[in-house]
Design a protein around this ligand. Structure first.
Ligand SMILES: [Zn+2]
Length: 488
């Protein structure tokens, strides 16, 4: 199908996301899943594909697949099947991967994503179970297979359970793709079935990108882009690919169906291999594995036990707790919604507490290179900190210093305030000397204030704050300065 040249194209994007499950053992054998082990120590005849070994399905992995399917609104297939996907690759000892083909465990479903342009529904085609491959290590300066001196293979990863979530080609922009991946990741985290780290490969995303003239319904030729290891790089790779294909089509060239590699540093995609078609894999049912037929009662039990999902959590934060929409989205995305709710439960104002979490705690995470949710801060302590601000013990500025101490493990806000000597000085006698000294030291500013230039008072307030190491109550300093300069 060759599309005519057009002036306006729209992107048609579908995502294939792989999630590595955090089960104790592999998909079809009892080898432990643990990271950082010596290469090839977590292997057995099954995951090494030795003749005569027989795979047995990991029930916990099936449970995770069903729970994810239910969370995405999929139908759970009454009887699904494992197929062999045949291809050769050195990190795959059996020369086939056990996967699912025409009867996957979950079918249909949808995810609603929110971008600056509003809500957008993305259909989920399927969720299927499969096993991971091993890892090749290409030794040489490039780190890639081209130019490597030799390659090593580690089979520790071979056989780790994966879920593949395939979306419908309903995504039209890079922003929607990013929102989809972020929402899917939030759901996986809420279910607790994977640590879903894109940077470390426990969540991976491939994007199928094609273009078609606006208004057409037929799909153009697609390229599959791989190797994006963050939500940011997914957006960059899609933007690049849309620009590349637009350029080809507007100049009368064709898009080749192929797999392309995203190079994060160069900011571009390049040909990896010509895309295989499904037929190339010679799928056939794995004769070693019985069909998966989950009991209907079990499925209903899993459905009833699903945790609150991110979308529902956001709605509740907005409607019941009183947090703004954007802050609710941020809090859920960074996993601090629980701290917020605890803080509100302990008496904190929702908006204030949300501000501290989305500003100060996020900044702390950036500084420490940690997830904000790793902050050692309970809701009760955040509420205590806010109470110290509202009763005048701490200014906001001092409260920030106290929070730093709390996050450094120095104790509760009250303890840190005391230990660091950070109480705000709200006693006029204690501040009076500093106020008088500031007026004497800057007679020009003092005169301006007397002459009615209200802004000039800032310099004097600043001097007092410096003198008291930021501990004077700024409102009181202002008041004392005015009394001295204006009432005489
Ligand atoms: Zn094994």
């Amino acid at each position: 199908m060759v599309l005519e040249q057009a002036t306006h194209y729209e992107a048609v994007i579908g995502l294939e996301v792989h999630v590595e499950l955090n089960t104790n053992t592999k998909m079809f054998c009892s080898c432990a899943i643990d990271f950082g082990g010596e290469p090839n120590t977590r292997t057995c005849p099954v995951c090494l594909g030795q003749p005569g070994s027989l795979p047995v399905v990991n029930g916990k992995a099936v449970e995770a697949a069903i729970r994810l399917g239910l969370a995405l609104g999929c139908d759970i297939t009454p009887v699904s099947q494992f197929h062999r996907k045949n291809y050769f690759y050195p990190d795959m000892p059996k020369n086939y991967q056990i996967s699912q083909y025409d009867v996957p465990i979950c079918l249909g479903g949808a995810l609603t994503v929110t971008t600056g342009e509003g809500d957008h529904r993305v259909g989920i085609t399927r969720v299927h179970m499969e096993e991971d491959t091993g890892k090749s290590l290409h030794v040489g300066t490039s780190g890639r297979i081209h130019g490597a001196e030799y390659s090593l293979v580690d089979y520790n990863r071979a056989g780790i359970p994966l879920l593949e979530i395939v979306s419908e080609p309903d995504i039209r922009t890079a922003a929607q793709a990013q929102a989809y991946l972020a929402e899917l990741r939030a759901i996986v985290l809420a279910l607790g079935i994977s640590d879903a780290r894109l940077e470390e490969g426990s969540m991976r995303c491939d994007a199928n990108v094609s273009l078609r003239p606006v208004g057409h319904t037929v799909f153009g030729t697609r390229a599959e882009v791989k190797n994006m290891n963050s939500i940011r790089s997914l957006g960059r790779a899609i933007e690049y690919e849309i620009a590349r294909q637009t350029d080809l089509l507007t100049h009368g060239h064709r898009v080749v169906q192929e797999t392309r590699h995203w190079d994060e540093d160069a900011g571009r995609t390049s040909t990896l291999r010509t895309k295989e078609t499904t037929e190339d894999y010679r799928y056939f049912p794995d004769p070693d594995l019985v069909p998966v037929a989950p009991d209907a009662g079990w499925i209903e039990k899993l459905r009833a036990a699903l945790p609150e999902l991110p979308a529902a959590k956001r709605r509740r934060l907005v409607d019941d707790v009183g947090v703004g929409r954007e802050q609710a989205a941020t809090l859920v995305a960074i996993g601090l919604d629980g701290v917020l709710e605890d803080a509100v439960g302990a008496g904190a104002a929702a908006g204030e507490a949300a501000n501290w979490l989305t500003n100060e705690v996020v900044a702390w995470g950036n500084e420490q290179d940690l997830e904000p949710s790793a902050a050692p801060l309970t809701g009760a302590r955040l509420a205590e900190l806010l109470a110290l601000v509202s009763d005048g013990t701490l200014s906001k500025k001092l409260a920030r210093q106290v929070l730093t101490g709390v996050l450094a493990g120095e104790g509760s806000p009250r303890e840190v305030t005391k230990a660091r000597g950070l109480e705000q000085i709200s006693d006029s006698d204690a501040i009076a000397a500093a106020v008088d000294a500031a007026i004497v030291a800057d007679p020009a500013a003092a005169q301006k204030v007397r002459d009615g230039n209200d802004k000039a008072i800032g310099a004097l307030v600043g001097a007092v704050m410096r003198e008291t190491r930021g501990q004077a109550n700024p409102g009181l300093v202002n008041q004392l300065l005015r009394e001295r300069l204006l009432s005489s």
